[in-house]
Design a protein around this ligand. Structure first.
Ligand code: HEM
Length: 127
């Protein structure tokens, strides 16, 4: 199990370098396109039970959510939106941490937590 965790950590490291999409340049975030890309990554996670594959898609979502956090939302809601996106990223990092530590048994509930945040924030911010 330890060796498996090591291998996975190495794969995660590479995924972090080569798997994540390039960040969008400052000031030109198309939130709808970024969210569509997040939707594709999320779907891929829901179709996989391989921790390394899930970890790669989580790394993509992390980068995409960083891009998304620079997008403008409705007037007066920007600070709340950025705060929510930061909370979402903390929850995401919890799942990434579990995979890196080789703790695969708890993935389902952690992914369910992420999904709950997605739903909550969509209710709050989606036009
Ligand atoms: C795994 C997490 C998430 C996924 C898979 C996801 C996916 C999506 C999808 C598929 C859309 C619809 C895009 C379209 O119009 O076709 C969308 C829209 C949106 N999402 Fe997310 N989302 C996630 C997390 C979040 C979070 C954490 C926030 C805010 C803190 C957020 C805020 C929004 C907003 C504001 C829109 C409307 C964008 C627009 O049309 O201008 N999403 N999301």
């Amino acid at each position: 199990m330890r060796f498996q965790a090591l291998l996975l950590t190495a794969a995660l490291g590479l995924g972090g370098c080569f798997g994540a999409p390039a960040p969008q340049p400052e000031g030109v975030v198309d939130l709808q396109q970024t969210m569509k890309a997040m939707g594709r990554e999320w779907k891929a996670i829901s179709q996989s039970d391989d921790p390394a594959t899930i970890a790669n898609h989580l790394a993509q979502i992390h980068q995409l959510s960083s891009d998304a956090s620079r997008a403008m939302v409705r007037k007066g809601e920007q600070a709340d939106y950025e705060d929510s996106m930061a909370k979402f990223q903390v929850a995401l990092e919890t799942v990434q941490g579990s995979i890196a530590a080789g703790e695969f048994d708890d993935l389902e509930p952690l992914l369910a937590d992420l999904d709950a945040l997605r739903k909550e924030y969509h209710k709050r911010f989606k036009p």
